[in-house]
Design a protein. Structure first.
Length: 176
């Protein structure tokens, strides 16, 4: 007995959707993908990428516009240490989300106007992707994304590329 097919997306369409083509030929446009639609990259041909959707439909897109989904980094099998405990970061994310939810409610209920909503949420930033037992959490204080699978938390990516951090430090006259 074979296991049922499980769709494993590798990318999503950009936030404004994505034009598709029947083949890697700009003269044969097809339908437009919905914003943030999960897809699996199946093939590349230069800047063209053949994608497959969860229903099996396939099309060609401009591969440069696909948004790559994060995947867990390779890890270790050691238990969490106090420094790797995701609960303080989760609490900070929870607080930021509650603040945003409150502001949306105030705006929706007509208690504040759009300018006030934008002003009060201007410095509010958070990032979290939860996928089953896996979590990608953005810590802006440390300028990095962390990955946690419930058994460990480790740096996944930094917010700024290393070159940008070095040049900013150099501009301030700091050692880089």
């Amino acid at each position: 007995m074979t296991a049922p097919y499980e769709f494993q997306p590798t990318h999503v369409a950009p936030a404004d959707g994505l034009q598709t083509w029947a083949s890697p030929d700009p003269s044969r446009p097809s339908v437009r993908l919905d914003p943030l639609l999960p897809v699996r990259l199946a093939d590349n041909n230069g800047n063209w990428a053949r994608i497959v959707c969860s229903n099996g439909w396939s099309a060609w897109v401009d591969g440069r516009l696909l948004v790559t989904l994060p995947h867990p980094p390779s890890g270790t099998d050691h238990p969490l240490t106090p420094l790797e405990d995701p609960r303080p970061l989760l609490a900070a994310l929870e607080k930021a989300l509650a603040t945003y939810r409150r502001l949306v409610g105030e705006y929706t209920d007509g208690l504040i106007d759009l300018e006030t909503f934008r002003d009060r949420s201007r410095n509010l930033r958070l990032g979290a992707v939860i996928d089953g037992s896996s979590a990608w959490l953005l810590d802006l204080d440390q300028g990095r994304w962390f990955f946690s699978d419930g058994t460990r938390m480790q740096t996944y990516a930094t917010v700024d590329p290393p070159a940008a951090k070095r040049s900013a430090a150099g501009a301030r006259g700091e050692a880089g």
